[in-house]
Ligand binder design. Structure first.
Ligand code: PAF
Length: 283
């Protein structure tokens, strides 16, 4: 396992490997790796000859009052963890290395979904994500890239970007990983107090109840939403949104669901000062 910190050195390593026909997998992260990232790394190691894990806390995807400054940083431990799972390189550039001229003038953005769901509450977030992910694709020349379904809107937008812009690589969605308690794994879970952590289980509790209701025949979008809302409110969470949306285009459903509808519930809620997101596919 080698830590690489510059764009040029990563290219110098990967280009010859690529020419030899080696298949390169990229796992983009912001660090503070946990078993959710572990699942992405394992998939890449299984599919690819070379796995690169990028660890870059991307400032342009954070809003002014968000947690950029307090986001956990532990590069050495991350590299050890990634290496123990079979990753070959950790790419950990500085902000100066990634954005040598300051904030980029050229941004990648989608014009429809960036202002919905997470994007409605985090203006500029998705263009920051799509821009850095494009840079990482171009820098690494990867053949495959791995993203978790916890960030459901993110992975959807990245898949669309790859199609829309003809990036020559394959995106892999990896299933969300939960703690034994049911809480979706996230680097931000570290911010939760014990009490907030146990209350935050109300998110998955609500999602599970909604899925059970759906499986028992409930098709009313408002009733399905209410089940999740009630569970989070009962746990004294502050709900940002609970939306019942189409897996295919992330458009909101309303009224009654049809049998052919592919449905996912997207949630964002605060417990204390910590914003958590989660989701569940109903079919
Ligand atoms: O999901 C994340 O950790 C980030 O949004 C990503 C994809 C690494 C881009 O900075």
């Amino acid at each position: 396992m080698q830590i690489v910190t510059t764009v040029d050195s990563l290219r110098q390593i990967l280009k010859p490997l690529s020419k030899e026909g080696k298949v390169i997998g990229l796992v983009p992260t912001m660090g503070a790796l946990h078993d959710g990232h572990g699942a992405l790394i394992k998939e890449s190691v299984k599919d690819c000859d070379i796995t690169v894990v990028s660890v870059f806390l991307n400032p342009i995807q954070f809003g002014k009052n968000e947690d950029l400054d307090k986001y956990p940083k532990r590069l050495e431990a991350d590299a050890k963890f990634a290496g123990s799972l079979g990753a070959d390189y950790v790419f950990a550039p500085s902000v100066q290395e990634m954005y040598p001229d300051g904030d980029p003038l050229t941004l990648v953005r989608d014009e429809t979904l960036e202002s919905l769901y997470c994007g409605a509450y985090r203006p500029g977030h998705f263009r920051g994500v799509l821009t850095v992910v494009s840079k990482l694709f171009l820098i690494s020349g990867c053949n495959h890239a791995y993203f978790g379904e916890k960030d459901y809107q993110q992975v959807f937008l990245i898949e669309r970007m790859v199609k829309d812009l003809n990036f020559d690589l394959q995106i892999h969605r990896v299933k969300l990983v939960r703690e034994d308690s049911g809480l979706a794994l996230s680097s931000r879970n570290e911010y939760l107090s014990e009490d907030e952590h146990s209350r935050a289980l109300g998110i998955y509790g609500g999602l599970k109840q909604a899925k059970a209701a759906y499986e028992a025949g409930e098709r009313s979008v408002s009733k399905i939403r209410d089940i999740v809302l009630k569970s989070i409110l009962a746990a004294r969470g502050i709900v940002q949104f609970v939306e019942v949306v189409n897996q295919k285009d992330l458009q909101k459903f309303s009224g009654m669901l049809a049998p052919e509808d592919k449905v996912v519930i997207l949630v964002a809620a605060f417990f204390g000062k910590t914003r958590l997101i989660d989701n569940i596919e109903l079919n």
